[in-house]
Design a protein around this ligand. Sequence first.
Ligand code: CTP
Ligand code: CA
Length: 224
Amino acid sequence: ALAVLTPKDLAGKHVLVTAGPTREELDPVRFISNYSSGKMGYAIARAASRRGARVTLVTGPTCLDAPWGVETIHVTSAREMRDAVLERYASTSIVIKAAAVADYRPARRAPDKVKKSDQPETIELVRNPDILAELGANKGGQLLVGFAAETESLLENAGKKLNEKNLDLVVANDVGQVGAGFNVDTNIARLLYRDGRVEELPLMGKDALADVILDRVRDVKSKK
Ligand code: CTP
Ligand code: CA
C-alpha cells in the first residue's frame, strides 16, 4: 500500500514485535534452531510502522533486511531475546510475539569446536524461559498477541496458549497445511479471542495478514 494513503491509526502506540527463530549454540560452529523465516514478524513490523506506530523489532537470525524506520535489535538465543524484550516491555503498549523461540537449549556450550572423536552420544538439553508467558504474568495494560504453530488439534492447543499465557489474541497457524506457516509467503490463520470467538481467515499473503492482525489489535485495544 502507498504510505501516503495509509491511515495512521496506530500513531502514539509503541509496538514491540519479535520475529524469526532463535539459535541455541552447541559450540562456536553448531546450533539447534527451527524453520522460521521471520517473514511474518517483519511484515507486522513494516505494517505497524506504516500505520504510524513507533516499532521495535527484536529479531533472531534471518535473511531479511531490517525494515526502514523500525528500531531493529538483533539477538541470537532465546535468553538474549528475553532480555531484549523485557528491557522494553514497560514502555510498550502492544507486543506481538511472532518469533519461533527454541524451547530447549544445550545444557552446555563448548568454548571450542567439538571434535568428532570426543562427540558425546547424547546432547543434554535444558528448557528455555517462556518469554510470552513471562510477559503475560507481568501485564500492565499491554495488549499481548501470541502465535501458535500447530500440526494437530489447532484450536484446542492455541486456546490453551491464550489462557495459560494470559494473551489477548492468538494467531493460530496450521503449519501442517500446504501454504501455511514456516518459510512460505502465505498463511491460513485463525484468530482466537479472549471471549472465545474464533475468526477464520482465508489463505492470504503475510503482508495482508499483518494488516488484518493490526486491525483486530486496534479494535481490541480501543475496547480495553
Ligand atoms: N514463546 C515464547 N517463548 C518461548 C516459547 C514460545 O515467547 N520459550 C511464544 C512464541 O513467540 C509464540 C507463542 O509463545 O508467540 C507460542 O509458541 P509455540 O512454540 O507455539 O508454543 P509453546 O508454548 O512453546 O508450546 P509448544 O511448542 O509445546 O506447542
Ligand atoms: Ca514452542
